[in-house]
Write a protein that binds this ligand. Structure first.
Ligand code: PEP
Length: 259
């Protein structure tokens, strides 16, 4: 594989209050330090709810943890009359490195459009955050065989107007909606097919240098038992884990997929 550092990311969704978050993160840090995990070789990120981030920052800084973290969403705006929204500026001031953009639950439940997501990608970079852009098709599209074109159309629309310098630092997560929280996992070959297609699209949109630097993750019912096979695929550079990221032993075993 190209020299891309694998990224193992845990999306906690709307789970873990600010007290539970600290316990979970402490346990994860202990488990990984007992296992002498090398965070430079395999990066570990968690995406807690907004209300946990201040506590997570205090813990990470105070205990010098190497786990990095991010928000699950951000506003396309920087500040102002947007009740209930969170600015990328607030996230970066809390030490976030990443922010999820366009998770399928945001697209579906909140009706987030590609146009809105384009603004969120730009807002993330304005505040020094790396967007983890989530794309992927639903079951009907998969069954009709249009999954590659559907997903590439999302990539093109969400990255519209983004220059090569920023695109080179991007993370894109392919998450087929039918495999999220359902126990259905796309096979390693499916993950590879889509990640290769996304990388080829990035060559078209930018160039080979940019495309080879972008990390592409797979997400959808990833567990310790299936992570290694998926991560072995050439164009898969990491995984975005939902449910299994709330179980410390399970998530730690995903992080240690090479063992
Ligand atoms: C997710 O929400 O990003 C996800 C992949 O969830 P799960 O692992 O639970 O399918």
């Amino acid at each position: 594989k190209y020299d891309r550092t694998p990224l193992i990311a845990g999306n906690w969704k709307m789970n873990m209050d600010h007290v539970q978050a600290i316990t979970l993160l402490q346990k994860l840090a202990w488990t990984l330090s007992d296992a002498r995990h090398d965070f430079k070789r395999v990066e570990v990120a968690v995406f807690p709810p907004f209300t946990d981030l201040r506590g997570v920052q205090t813990l990470v800084q105070g205990d010098d943890l190497e786990v990095v973290y991010g928000g699950q969403d951000l506003s396309p705006h920087d500040s102002g009359a947007y009740t209930g929204d969170i600015s990328g500026q607030f996230l970066s001031r809390l030490g976030c490195r990443y922010v999820l953009v366009g998770h399928s639950e945001r697209r579906t439940i909140h009706g987030e459009s590609d146009e809105l997501l384009q603004g969120k990608v730009q807002a993330a970079y304005r505040h020094g955050l790396v967007p983890v852009l989530c794309v992927g098709e639903g079951l009907e599209v998969r069954q009709s065989g249009g999954h590659v074109e559907h997903t590439l159309a999302q990539v093109r629309a969400d990255l519209a107007g983004l220059d090569a310098e920023h695109a080179a630092r991007l993370v894109i997560a392919y998450e087929p909606v039918w495999a999220i929280g359902t126990g259905e996992v796309a096979g390693p070959a499916d993950a590879q097919e889509m990640c290769a297609a996304i990388r080829a699209e990035l060559v078209e949109l930018y160039d080979a240098d940019v495309a080879s630097g972008v990390r592409l993750l797979y997400g959808g019912s990833v567990k310790a038992s299936n992570a290694a096979a998926i991560l072995r695929e050439r164009d898969v550079d990491g995984v975005l884990v939902g449910g299994a990221s709330l179980d410390v032993a399970e998530f730690a075993n995903i992080v240690r997929f090479e063992h």
